[in-house]
Design a protein around this ligand. Structure first.
Ligand SMILES: Nc1ncnc2c1ncn2[C@@H]1O[C@H](COP(=O)(O)OP(=O)(O)OP(=O)(O)O)[C@@H](O)[C@H]1O
Length: 236
């Protein structure tokens, strides 16, 4: 479950600089944003360039804290004063998929996918089993020893999804995950993200791809200039 109530977030605040080390102005990226998504819900995140989609996903990925308003993720209230250890634990329960994959170039696909489990110090035999199972799910069993650069864009994105979901996060966020991909790969990626939500994770996917949104109908959150202009969260 994700719940935001009147959340406002400006770039260039001390919180933001401390969190990611950049941003010098005070552009307001999100203004009074209020919505909630239940556990297992799937939402498109739509809006023109600069509307605040990436900013909202970064906030939900706990890369920064809201300057005002309330943010609740998986039952934890996140705000100024929240303990670092609480944030770190919560962050492990939020998976993120980026447009440019962000796989570690020197690690094999299986080692990339294993990273979240190794961070949790899971037993290596269990890691091997989980990695094999998830690579089967994303159709990459044959490519487990390859380096990311040896894979196509669609394959790299499937590996990135495997890495994002292997530790069974309660929330999965994707920032324009199909931008660099051709149509058939895009559909496959969105199909997987939909499946992740039916398995119980809350999933939010930012996109500019209207054709994809039509092909996979789901409630949408629409941002314009940092404000939520449409919230179909209560749609059936
Ligand atoms: N590092 C930053 N420092 C200051 N302002 C920023 C920074 N990154 C984004 N912004 C501003 O925040 C606002 C929202 O940007 P954001 O990247 O969230 O939009 P977006 O909807 O994801 O756009 P796009 O679809 O082009 O990716 C914009 O006004 C943008 O200029």
């Amino acid at each position: 479950m994700i719940r935001l109530s009147n959340v406002t977030w400006r770039y260039g605040s001390p919180t933001r600089r401390a969190a990611v080390g950049r941003g010098t102005d005070t552009a307001t990226a999100l203004s009074n944003v209020t919505f909630s998504v239940p556990q297992g819900g799937f939402r498109w995140l739509l809006g023109p360039s600069g509307a605040g989609k990436s900013s909202l996903l970064r906030l939900l990925h706990l890369e920064a804290l809201p300057q005002s308003g309330e943010l609740e993720i998986l039952g934890t209230h996140v705000g100024v004063g929240v303990k670092r250890a609480t944030l770190a634990r919560l962050r492990q329960r939020v998976g993120m998929v980026h447009q440019d994959f962000r796989l570690m170039p020197t690690l094999s696909i299986s080692d990339n996918v294993a990273l979240p489990l190794r961070l949790e110090r899971r037993d290596e035999a269990a890691v091997a089993d989980e990695v094999a199972a998830i690579l089967r799910w994303v159709g990459l069993s044959e490519r487990s020893d390859a380096l990311p650069a040896e894979l196509s864009g669609g394959e790299q994105q499937r590996a990135a999804i495997a890495r994002a979901v292997i530790a069974r996060p309660g929330v999965v966020l994707a920032d324009e995950p199909t931008n660099a991909l051709e149509e058939s790969q895009s559909s496959r990626i969105v199909g997987m993200l939909r499946e992740v939500s039916t398995l119980g994770a809350t999933v939010i996917v930012a996109t500019h791809n209207d054709a994809l949104v039509r092909r996979f109908p789901a409630p949408a959150l629409r941002l314009e200039r940092g404000r939520l202009t449409s919230d179909e969260s209560n749609a059936p």
